[in-house]
Design a binder for this molecule. Structure first.
Ligand SMILES: *Cc1c(COP(=O)(O)O)cnc(C)c1O
Length: 403
């Protein structure tokens, strides 16, 4: 056995989180795409069957009360809260990340003075955030200015109304300095909105500790909520009374069943709700969150770094020199839970998209991001070190092949 394979076995034997894999429905595929769609927790199908056949099928309308459907958005928000370092009562679940980016960003701008006429947006952002920010700027009469996260401190000033940032870059896996950037935005008198899609469930976020104002994130990546599971919105407690939603639907009304013509916002986190929640997806997410019982996010982070370190070491050993280049920072403080390898096109060898197709055909699932990036996500709850070694070994084999 090679040295790296025995090292993988040692690391797996010493891994305190190794047994968590048993909480998921998995086969012997090496699944490194949990940063796109988390794996299925094994008990979720039975829970969904019960929601459909008993709660919907038998209790019908009674379930809004008796099965706790109506309060699910804030109840499940409180389940996510400890994973992102938030005290209860500040997170509500519902709608997509895109919709929550819109709510949070417009509300952030509405909290700023009229003289603050600029919105800063992460120029390297996942496209949806940029599209939504452009529309939010147009609607609120502000100018949108794309800047890299590193440029944010010098771009801030008296004109800044709000800043929309990603905690982890979806492409490179770079982790941005949330505490320092949040402090800088606050010092400039503006509001920050953090998108946590690629960090929540992979590393500690510390929303309360670092004084974040607003944050959003999806639940189908590291939180394993299922395809299209609803996103969440965090509004810091002291900002909730000032949260003026651009989508004030009846679910966010102080008295939803009062059926009044005038709008009066609910206090607290439910103010971020809009319309009737998608109960099936939401309750699948709630059940999926059970896999976190007894799991410390700090331990997840420690394993995540060990996995990505080991992957980079195996890639170094197995991949022919010069075929790939890591875009992911080597410093732990700057690394999320994924490794992005640039696989430059060259004569006679498969391009990045073809490399990923061949990897998937051999049971190593990552994803391809245009134009030439191989992306591998490491979900510490169910990925082990032997998986990592196998992924790098198969990658080395594929990269020795001809086109
Ligand atoms: C995955 C992801 C999204 C997804 O947005 P949806 O509205 O849930 O489709 C948004 N932002 C970032 C940074 C993401 O990584």
């Amino acid at each position: 056995m090679s040295e790296l394979r025995s090292r993988a076995d040692e690391l797996d034997a010493a891994d305190a989180l190794a047994t968590l894999r048993g909480r998921f429905a998995l086969d012997d595929t090496v699944y490194l795409d949990g940063n796109s769609l988390g794996a299925l927790p094994a008990h979720v199908p039975a829970r969904i069957a019960d929601v459909v056949s008993r709660e919907w099928g038998e209790l019908r309308i009674r379930s809004w009360e008796e099965s706790g459907w109506w309060t699910a958005p804030e109840r499940i928000g409180d389940r996510i809260a400890p994973l992102v370092g938030a005290a209860p009562g500040q997170i509500v679940v519902g709608d997509s990340t895109s919709v929550n980016v819109f709510k949070a960003l417009v509300a952030a701008v509405r909290m700023a003075g009229e003289d603050r006429d600029e919105i800063l947006v992460d120029a390297t952002t996942f496209p949806t955030d940029g599209y939504i920010a452009a529309s939010a700027a147009r609607m609120t009469g502000r100018t949108l200015r794309p800047v890299t996260p590193a440029e944010v401190p010098s771009a801030l000033g008296g004109r800044t109304a709000a800043v929309l940032l990603n905690h982890v870059d979806y492409r490179t896996g770079e982790l941005h300095d949330l505490p320092a950037l949040t402090a800088a935005v606050r010092a400039a008198g503006a509001q920050v909105v953090w998108d946590l899609c690629h960090s929540a469930g992979a590393l500690p976020v510390g929303l309360d500790e670092h004084g974040v104002g607003l944050a959003v994130g999806c639940t189908y990546k590291y939180l394993n909520g299922g395809p299209g599971s609803p996103a969440y919105l965090y509004v810091r407690r002291d900002l909730q009374d000032r949260f003026d939603s651009p989508l004030p639907g009846w679910n966010s009304h102080a008295e939803p069943f009062g059926m009044r013509p005038e709008y009066a916002p609910a206090p607290g986190a439910p103010r971020g709700r809009v319309g009737t929640p998608d109960i099936l997806s939401m309750l699948a997410l709630e059940a999926a969150l059970d896999v976190w019982d007894g799991v410390r996010i700090e331990a997840v982070r420690e394993k995540s770094l060990a996995l990505t370190d080991f992957f980079l070491r195996c890639v170094d050993a197995y991949v022919p020199g010069g075929r790939v280049e890591s875009l992911t920072p080597s410093a732990h403080a700057e690394r999320g839970s994924q490794v992005a390898l640039r696989c430059a096109p060259a004569e006679g060898v498969p391009d990045a998209a073809e490399v990923m197709r061949r990897l998937i055909a051999r049971g190593v699932v990552g994803d391809f991001r245009r134009p030439d990036v191989l992306r591998f996500g490491f979900t510490p709850l169910y990925v082990g070190f032997a998986d990592v070694e196998r992924a790098a070994r198969v990658l080395g084999e594929v990269l020795r092949e001809t086109a």
